[in-house]
Design a protein around this ligand. Structure first.
Ligand code: IVH
Length: 698
């Protein structure tokens, strides 16, 4: 077996995946079937190796890592639960200004509601694991982990062992069905006691309360969970058969009356200053609370307003997490490596002497770009302060200049791509006339690093999500010439054994795995439109923008037509794109540039010859008058802001577009409407004023 020190990052990633699977299989054999499949020594060696690789590459640690699965035992141990209402994450605020901006956004969104005073709740953000608890007729019937937010695992038996989770709701007035959501966590005292016990019995000690709580919840033997004394705070809910409160504040009181513990540090206020003061007060109490928290969550109080404000991608607009500043530690910067990304960006990465920061071993940190290194005068050999916040990549805050070794030299950023040796340059930003902060390889797709990173992105989990085609396979296929462009992926099977030697006969492959890969690829021949747009890897077009574009154009053809026209300078197309809420100049310019490039267009055409993207389905109320219709708003609105009108139309299943065409069904025209109104009249479309529109949608 290769020395852990000699592993490349890709090899390490693959091996961690293999180890997770293998250890889980042994765990299952041992714990479930009582039939150990290897000796204890061999098993320990596997776990040791997994641990060593994770210590060297902490950012590669998997969510199903055997080190998280305390005492292990998972594998396929739990059945899946589909959340009727998805379990969301929260957007982050990292400073007071972000919080002020959040409140300002709320005030702007509801600006048309006269005399509305917006209230918010503020409460600690518990650093544990979220769980969803389903009660039917007041009885706890099912409990699930968050999972990916859509599908979680059924851990009912384990949750039943938690004393703070009521098995039967107290009081009265609960809806027939209610899913109560909150955080399972372990107190500092229980964590310390568990570790003391582990030490005394020579067992494995635990890293932090959160991971221990996670491991405890994923035990197949619930008596182990029971012994861990986990706790639970309720702070939200999912599906409810009937409304049970009008505000967040009231909802929390109800949950409390029904027997849940809710956090005593929750307040309700209409003032930003009070929200911030509460944050500071909670921060001051942080160390003495007895459990881990990582910030403060603010939520818009009125539930009807929450519904009106709505969601972005995976998080509500109406709530935000104000995170505490990151934890820090000092270590030695051993080397600076340059990575070449998907868009050619050269990113310097700091290789650090391993150091524990906030409970996690850190060996790498991002250095962002050349300016950042120069500004902080970071040099190889320096003692540096490293910080880590939540899930973000560790960063170097500053150099401990007093510890700088004599004879150290300033770092010189390369002016050539370390992979393809093309010139690396800093583009001039059109808006500012200043050089861009990012140094980019100018090699484009002739740069193997860029081409390979693009392909990795294309097949990645959030893009086309092709199983069995991981980073390592993509890199190998690229080298071999099997896959150079996205379309090649879908030609793999057809060309296998014809243009390339049979995959099944290649090192690391067999009949079955080749068959599986082809099947996984076939399963993606009709990709979701938003994922496909995201997968193309167009600069500035992330997941959220992918959804916005898919939602607004509905089909790939329409998206491509408008984006290409924008690339040719067609003003109507540019305006059409700009009218999409959340899409600005930068994205439009980038879309235009992408489609104006002949090579990109050829690659897209080629791709469309082998796949058939699904039209974007609006997944909302179908019984509304406007479901499936395309609506355009123009002129000024008086009862609500444009953003709100749009959100409302979308909730009712309509597609909101920015420009009038034959495909438009309804034009809602307020005072001041001009060219769009005229065009709609010419096309003979349905034209409504604001009141008529409101009447139509009820
Ligand atoms: S509210 C729709 N409140 O933070 C909003 N979440 O980063 C749902 N969390 O997955 C979340 N304390 O696990 C909310 N007081 C709190 C919380 C909290 C911890 C967790 C939760 C969520 C994550 C989002």
């Amino acid at each position: 077996m290769a020395d852990v020190e000699g592993l490349t990052k890709d090899e390490a990633r693959e091996e961690l995946k293999r180890l997770a699977r293998e250890i889980a299989a042994h765990d299952k054999a041992y714990y479930l079937r009582d039939a150990p499949s290897i000796s204890d020594a061999e098993y320990d060696a596997l776990r040791q190796r997994n641990l060593a690789i994770e210590a060297r590459f902490p950012d590669l640690k998997r969510s199903d890592s055997p080190t998280i699965r305390v005492g292990a035992v998972v594998g396929d141990g739990f059945s899946k639960v589909i959340h009727a209402v998805p379990m969301l994450s929260l957007g982050n605020a990292f400073n007071e200004q972000d919080v002020r901006d959040f409140v300002a956004r709320a005030r702007k969104f509801f600006a048309r509601d006269k005399n509305l005073e917006l209230a918010f709740t503020a409460e600690p953000k518990i650093d544990g694991l979220s769980a969803s608890l389903r009660y039917e007729n007041g009885m706890f019937v099912q409990g699930a982990t968050r999972g990916d937010g859509t599908v979680g695992e059924d851990i009912t038996a384990n949750l039943k062992t938690i004393a703070e989770i009521p098995k039967r709701l107290k009081g009265t007035g609960w809806p027939e069905v209610i899913e109560v959501r909150g955080e399972v966590y372990m107190s500092h005292a229980d964590f310390a006691a568990l570790n003391k016990q582990a030490q005394e019995t020579g067992g494995q000690t635990y890293v932090n309360p959160r991971n221990t709580a996670a491991g405890s919840l994923r035990q197949l033997d619930s008596s182990i969970t029971a012994s861990r004394n986990l706790k639970f705070f309720a702070y939200a809910w999912g599906f409810v058969s009937a409304p049970f409160a009008e505000t967040q504040w009231e909802a929390i009181q109800r949950l409390n009356e029904w027997g849940f513990r809710t956090n005593p540090l929750t307040i309700r206020t209409t003032s930003v200053e009070e929200m911030l003061a509460h944050y500071r007060s909670i921060e001051a109490q942080r160390a003495s609370l007895g459990y881990d928290i990582d910030g403060v969550v603010y939520k818009l109080d009125r539930l009807d307003l929450q519904a009106r404000w709505g969601f972005v991608a995976r998080a509500p607009r109406w709530a935000i997490a104000h995170k505490f500043p990151a934890e820090q530690a000092s270590t030695i910067l051993e080397a600076i490596d340059i990575q070449v990304g998907r868009t050619g960006a050269l990113t310097p990465v700091a290789r650090l002497k391993p150091v524990t920061v906030g409970g996690v071993v850190v060996t790498n940190a991002t250095l962002h770009n050349a300016d950042e290194i120069a500004r902080k005068d970071i040099r190889v050999g320096d003692s540096v302060v490293v910080q880590r916040a939540g899930d973000v990549i560790p960063q170097i805050v500053k150099v401990n200049l007093d510890k700088r070794p004599s004879g150290s030299v300033a770092y010189v950023f390369p002016d050539r791509c370390p992979v393809c040796n093309s010139k690396a340059t800093r583009e001039i930003n059109e808006n500012t006339g200043e050089p861009d902060v990012v140094t980019r390889c100018t090699g484009g797709l002739i740069c193997e690093a860029q081409a390979v990173e693009q392909l990795k992105h294309f097949v990645s989990r959030r893009a086309l999500d092709i199983d069995g085609l991981g980073d390592k396979q993509v890199a190998a296929f690229y080298k071999e010439g099997r896959i150079r462009l996205p379309a090649d992926i879908f030609k793999l099977e057809r060309r296998d054994g014809v243009d390339f030697p049979l995959l099944a006969e290649q090192e690391g492959w067999g009949e079955q795995s080749a068959k599986n890969l082809f099947a996984a690829i076939d399963a993606r021949r009709a990709p979701d439109l938003d994922r496909l747009i995201f997968a193309l890897g167009i600069r500035h077009v992330g997941e959220t923008t992918g959804v916005l574009l898919a939602k607004s154009f509905g089909s790939f053809g329409e998206f491509e037509r408008v984006a290409s026209a924008a690339g040719e300078g067609n003003e109507e197309a540019v305006e059409n794109l700009l009218s999409i809420d959340g899409i600005g100049q930068t994205v439009v310019a980038s879309l235009g540039a992408f489609f104006a490039n002949r090579r990109n267009r050829a690659a897209v055409d080629d791709l469309l010859g082998v796949i058939e993207p699904k039209p974007f389905e609006l997944n909302v109320a179908t019984d509304s008058e406007v479901a499936g219709k395309t609506v355009v708003f123009t002129g000024s609105l008086e009862k609500m802001t444009r953003a709100e009108a749009k959100a409302m139309a979308e909730r009712l299943g309509a597609r909101v577009s920015g420009s009038v065409s034959k495909k438009t069904d309804i034009l809602v025209a307020g005072p001041g409407a001009g060219s769009k109104l005229k065009k709609a009249e010419e096309l003979g479309l349905t034209i409504l004023n604001e009141d008529e529109w409101l009447k139509l949608v009820g």
